[in-house]
Design a protein around this ligand. Structure first.
Ligand code: F6R
Length: 261
């Protein structure tokens, strides 16, 4: 796993957007796996700026959703489908037909999850999956003790995650759904490149457990240690509890320019 320590969230966003832009130049119809929440916003903003300036062409890019609330209508402003339309598809000029995601309103939730896993496979798999991380170490919404080989399925959010997400629901935790559909950890690990972005002091414990702790279901993000191409991009605050921070800085500073992340 490569760990890149950047000065702040903006620099992290630019670094990850550059990696996405490089991928799209190499493979114009790449399938980008996208996360929601606050952390990835600087990535989408930086990539949108590159699209506006003509530095990258997203006209053939495809986008896959990581997770979705169960029971929120697709047109609810906080359904992740709506959020991604607002924050990713529209600013990047990607057509709705190039977007895929699980159906959070399906009557048969497990059938919807299985269908989504199949759809990802038939699309050739995710080329680059952007991940945030929960304060409890979740990726997607694989909460602590999720199976490390899990597939897309329904999960129950922890109370902490519901509290963390209440800010998107007028601060009212009661409005945050209890259940989500999330790509499983096994599903996520099938992406060709995993990029986990974490910013802010609130993520420092989870980042340390992910990078320097044991691979353990109690910290779902630690599964990234098992992936051949995983990059963890952290700002100084989120890196504060990494014992090997100096080594990570040294390694990145001495990386050949052509290599990218
Ligand atoms: C959302 C998702 C979650 C978030 C995580 C961090 O699609 O997959 O794992 O990435 O909860 O959220 P923020 O970035 O809001 O701190």
């Amino acid at each position: 796993m490569e760990v890149v320590i950047v000065p702040d969230a903006k620099a992290g966003g630019e670094l990850v957007a550059d990696a996405m832009a490089q991928l799209l130049r190499r493979k114009p119809d790449a399938l980008l796996g996208v996360a929601t929440g606050s952390t990835p916003l600087p990535v989408y903003q930086a990539l949108a700026a590159q699209v506006c300036s003509g530095a990258v062409d997203t006209s053939r890019a495809r986008v896959a959703q990581l997770d979705e609330y169960v029971g929120l209508p697709a047109d609810h402003p906080e359904s992740y489908r709506s959020v991604l339309r607002r924050e990713v598809l529209e600013p990047l000029g990607i057509a709705p037909a190039s977007f895929m995601g699980p159906d959070g309103t399906a009557e048969d939730v497990q059938a919807a999850c299985d269908a989504y896993d199949r759809q990802l496979g038939e699309a050739g798999g995710v080329d680059l999956q952007l991940l945030g991380i929960g304060t409890d170490g979740h990726i997607g919404f694989n909460e602590p003790c999720s199976s490390l080989v899990s597939r897309t399925r329904i999960k129950t959010l922890t109370e902490q995650t519901r509290k963390d997400n209440a800010r998107f629901f007028d601060g009212d935790v009661e409005q945050v759904p209890h259940h989500v559909i999330t790509q499983g950890i096994g599903t996520i690990l099938e992406a060709r490149h995993l990029v986990l972005l974490a910013t802010g002091a609130g993520k420092a414990d989870a980042v340390a457990a992910t990078v320097e702790g044991p691979v353990a279901a109690v910290c779902p993000a630690s599964a990234l240690q098992m992936h051949p191409h995983a990059t963890v991009v952290v700002d100084e605050a989120a890196a504060a509890k990494l014992e090997h921070a100096d080594y990570f800085r040294y390694t990145f500073a001495h990386k050949p320019d052509w290599q990218g992340i």
